[in-house]
Write a protein that binds this ligand. Sequence first.
Ligand code: ADP
Ligand code: MG
Length: 585
Amino acid sequence: MIAGIDLGTTNSLIGVYEGGFPSLLADNDGNRITPSVVFYPEEGEPLVGREAVRFRSLQPERSITSVKRLIGRRIGENGTEQISGRKGAPAVITIGDRVITPEEVSSEILKKLKSLAESRLGTTINRAVITVPAYFNDAQRGATRRAGELAGFTVERIVSEPTAAALAYGLDRLADRSKVAVYDLGGGTFDLSVLQLDNGVFQVLSTHGDTQLGGDDIDEAIAVLIRRKAGIKEPSITVTSRLKEAARTAKEILSTAEMTVVRLPFLEENKSLEIPLTRAEIDEASAPIIRRTRSLCLRALQDAGLESADLDQVILVGGSTRMPLVRSFVKEIFGREPNLSQHPDESVALGAILQGAILEGNLQNVALLDVTPLSLGIETFGGLMNVIIPRNTTIPAKAGEMFTNAIAGQGGMKIVILQGERELASDNWILGSFEIPFSPSPKGTARVGVQFSIDADGILQVLVRDTSTGAEKILEIKSAVEVSDEAVEAMLAGSLEHAFEDMDARIFTEARLKAEEMTPSVHDALAQLESEIPEDEVASILRLTEEVTSALGSKETKRLKQALISLDEATQGLATRLVEKAMRT
Ligand code: ADP
Ligand code: MG
């Protein structure tokens, strides 16, 4: 078995080709993404990934981030600005009295990924395909290979990241001489590569980028914005790093939500901050950074001797391309819709896995031709469509999600499998349904995993498993991929035509669920804190809960959302007081 590895500047991933599918492997907590951070304690083995991140704020001088900028570099070259030493000597890192090479640091990350994969699969894995940026020179590629060998791998191939991504997007099946632009905006770097397909193999026609431009810069700009809104004049180092952490979280939330509240408990002199932040605000702060990618894109196109109209596809790679603003920028730069069919932060690793499978000869006979004509998902509590495999995903494909019980003591869950593009479950087509029983447990504690996999023949298998009992059920559906063109067109037309009302219905349903959850718990908290809250505060909270109930009755989405926000704000203190009360008694 050959593992595929995306050894990233910020994040790294590993996976294997198994049972006809490329799959990324997660650690024991379910994380498929491992931060590329290594912490060297004064004694003992280095820590890698999330564990290292935890120590980073305590002893930043003993933790190493972004080592990829140094691998295969000599002092004086790009990326080595922080390192002192004789010009032209290989870059090394000094921690205490230890001198560590970038290869060694990278090998620690690779060892961590190796052991994660081995414990997942229960076998040893000795072979790997590792990806590197298209602009890496021979020295950088060689050093990456040595890092792999130090970690105990036979490195079967070093592959360029954009090529791997294009493979994951299934673009090797485009017509010969097709041209693809790969826009990769990660945590600390940006690259734009132009590829051309020649006899089924991607050639890199040109690549341009900036090794100091990425999500980190966006986080910093948002941190400044939060600081300004909070009126913090001269933040200490800890405050600065907490602001940046909060900025990153808010940024990621705002890729799907329109607004969020940044909560910073006990920031300065025990003051806690709550700063509302909207998508529009962070867009304004990050636009100047994102705009810097434009000239690099144009230069790469120019180097390839192409215009955007010559491109057959534009694909997105890197976690930062999850930001809607980045997507609209890309659309504007290239004058076309980017292909959104893969997870941008997983596609490089997926491609590395596929490359491994090709080297092993596992992929030869598979007819990898189709994409899902419509989205596939399940109905969730409240009657909404929850997409598991989006429309236009290349098959074979596999994806899953965890669900929990919405009601305490629920003895089972009905799984309804849906196909279509509408927000409300009832507007989509039902492909099948079944019931999975689970042991009754308090609300939100059952863990039910739902996994969809479509094999190369287009057969959908739905696997549902109650993780506490191990009980599972499998349903096979043959009609998930074969849908007549007319039916697909009718579904797409319907989803466009009803886009606004559908969105409104979804937002209303989500708000309704929140209202139904919040109102009783507010009453409950008030009852418990009875004598401790001033009467006028109780009265005003009660008034706000009544407004929620009446807004719910009025079916007006905006009013309901506003009522919930007000109630949320007014009741922020209740939870803290409940905790304090519990501590006293
Ligand atoms: P790299 O290739 O540099 O190792 P990734 O492709 O994993 O890194 O990108 C990491 C960056 O993506 C981080 O800056 C992170 O904040 C950002 N990111 C991840 N998820 C989201 C999201 N949902 N919205 C916006 N940015 C995101
Ligand atoms: Mg990357």
